[in-house]
Every structure is written in structure tokens, then in C-alpha cells.
Design a protein around this ligand. Sequence first.
Ligand SMILES: Nc1ncnc2c1ncn2[C@@H]1O[C@H](COP(=O)(O)OP(=O)(O)OP(=O)(O)O)[C@@H](O)[C@H]1O
Length: 310
Amino acid sequence: MRGRMTDAAIHVENVTKIYEGDVRALDNVNLTVPRGTIFGLLGPNGAGKSTLINILAGLVNKTAGSASVWGFDIDRDPRNAKASIGIVNQEITFDPFFTPAETLDIQAGLYGVPRNAKRTMELLKAVRLEDKADAYARTLSGGMKRRLMVAKAMVHSPPVLILDEPTAGVDIDLRRQLWDYVRELHAGGVTVILTTHYLEEAEELCDRIAIINHGKLIADKPTRELVNMAQEKAVVVTVEKDITTLPDRSCFEKVEQIDHNTITITYRKDRVNAGEVLTALGEAGHVIIDVTTREADLEDVFLNLTREAA
Ligand SMILES: Nc1ncnc2c1ncn2[C@@H]1O[C@H](COP(=O)(O)OP(=O)(O)OP(=O)(O)O)[C@@H](O)[C@H]1O
């Protein structure tokens, strides 16, 4: 049986989770992850990301609301919902005494994947572990284990793959390899959801980003729009003569002196543009000899949004 939102990979409606001890981990969250996206779920520690993912995976019971995976309601159709999702958790969970090939075979058995549909070697190749197929899993490096976890999550060919902070503690090379594989999966039609603390990474990888803070969804936008939302911008201006009194205009948010003839002016780009800021300085009698602007990045957006929502 299919849910109403069949065009969504994930659909979450008014979901609230209250843990024992009255901890409100999720507060009336509404979220739709379109099919075919790489979707970023960002938020500080304890924001509720893992709780949301674990609810979708059927590992945590929500207190209120409804959710569906690939059109399957997680309460009415848990089997199909679970079969539609693959999860890579923060912890590494497999038996260290099995080989990578055995680990994937066992996982395939758990999901009832028919023998002829088993993709063990194909998956091991995809995560560049084919030459480790018969090594003991405990002899794998941290990065290799991480990649084996991804292969394990893909054994039943789910249309949705969720990566919960997959690059925590993974070095830059391995991170890049992991992202290459994520892009390959995505190109093959898999919808990918990832939680990360690395904002640049989300900016680079994700089509769309949602931000969760204190259990509440505070943003959900195409990555570009979210980046454009950073309203505060800054220009660093060097003028000809020493600055004795700081220029004061209502359109400046903040003026800071860097040295005798250099100041940083912070302004809101929805109120003025850099040209107007410079014109205002000229009108105040300053002769500008150098200007640099600082582009906003996701970090700024994130800080602004979480500050506003605090
Ligand atoms: N089993 C539990 N019992 C009680 N409280 C819990 C439980 N699991 C999580 N919490 C609380 O719920 C809140 C959300 O936690 P959650 O793990 O979902 O956040 P997170 O965004 O995934 O954080 P992180 O980035 O650190 O993994 C936190 O306040 C956490 O302490």
C-alpha cells in the first residue's frame, strides 16, 4: 500500500519525540525529502538528527505524527518502509570475525535477498574492498570499515540511503572516496540523506539542506538559496588617511577598526549593497584606496539561523 506522498523519498508530518525524562528531542517536525536528491540534514550536537533518522529506520518510536519512506507509511507498512531504507550509523557494527564478503552475505540473508540477486562482489568493488573480500573484518582500517558499513547498508538495494555523520574521524582521502561513492550511488538513482557537521561538505554535496536545532526544523531550502540567506556581509576598506572617528551610518550594522587606516564594515545585504556602503564612506570624506569583500558561506547562514531560533 502506498502513501499519499508517493513522489517523496521521505515524508515526515508533525513528528514529535519525547524521551523519558521529558526530553523533547523533536518538536512537530515537517519535512519532505524529494526523490533523487542528495539531502543534507544539519544541526548542532543533540539537535535531534539521529532521533529523526532512527524513527525513519524503525529503531525509535515517535511520540506523535506520521512518516513515510518511499511512499510506505512506517506504522501501517513497516516492512516495506524498512526495505526502502539503508542506514549507515555513526557506530561501526559488524562481527569482526567475519570477512567483508561474509558480512555482506549474512546481511543479504537478514533482508531475504535471493541468492541470485546477491551483489556481494559488486558492492565490495564499489567501495574498493574487493581485494579485502576474504580478510578478517577486524584487520580492516577505520576507513575500510566505514566503507564496508556503506556496502552493508546497500545490500538490499534500498532506494534511500541515510548516512549519519559518515565522515566523523575519517581522513580527507577516505572522505573523498566515500563522497565519490555517494555521488556514484546518487547517479544510479539512489536518494541520499546525510547528516554532517562539516558545513562545507553539505554545501558541496547536497542539492537541498535542512537545519534542525533544539528539535525544531529552522530551515529547509535548496542549498544555493540557503547560502544566499546569509544577510550579513562585510567589506574591509583601507582609506588614505588615518581614521580618527569611526564612520557612523544607520545602514552599517557594525564598524570595526583593524588598523590606523583600515576598517571592517558589516552590513545587511537586504538593506544596502557594497556600492552604497562605499559611497557613504566617500561622502564622509574618506578616500578609499583598497576594498575586499567577504562572501557569506553556509557557516554564516547556520550561525545566523541558530542564533535567531535560540
Ligand atoms: N534514548 C534517549 N533517552 C533520552 N534522551 C535521549 C535519548 N536519545 C537522545 N536523547 C536526547 O535527545 C536529544 C536529541 O538527540 P539526538 O541524538 O537525536 O541528536 P543529534 O542531533 O543526532 O546529535 P549528534 O549530532 O550529537 O548525534 C538530545 O537532547 C539527547 O540527549
